[in-house]
Design a protein around this ligand. Structure first.
Ligand code: CU
Length: 69
């Protein structure tokens, strides 16, 4: 399992938190996640998904990745 914390721009409220949860929760291979306003900690199986796919899902939901690590 790999853990990455994404710093996210454009999140402002619980609605944004729900949107990001929905985006990362819908990815096969993501095993757990903790989302708060401005960040998302995602634990995933690197044989099934990757940081690029997760970042794209967050961006598709309407937010911007500021940093990841
Ligand atoms: Cu919001």
């Amino acid at each position: 399992m790999t853990e990455i914390t994404f710093k996210i721009e454009g999140m402002s409220c619980q609605h944004c938190v729900m949107s990001v949860k929905k985006a990362v929760g819908g990815i096969a291979g993501v095993s757990s996640y903790e989302v708060s306003v401005g960040s998302a900690k995602v634990v995933f199986d690197e044989s099934r998904t990757n940081r690029v796919e997760i970042a794209e899902a967050i961006q598709k939901a309407g937010y911007k990745i500021k940093a990841e690590g």
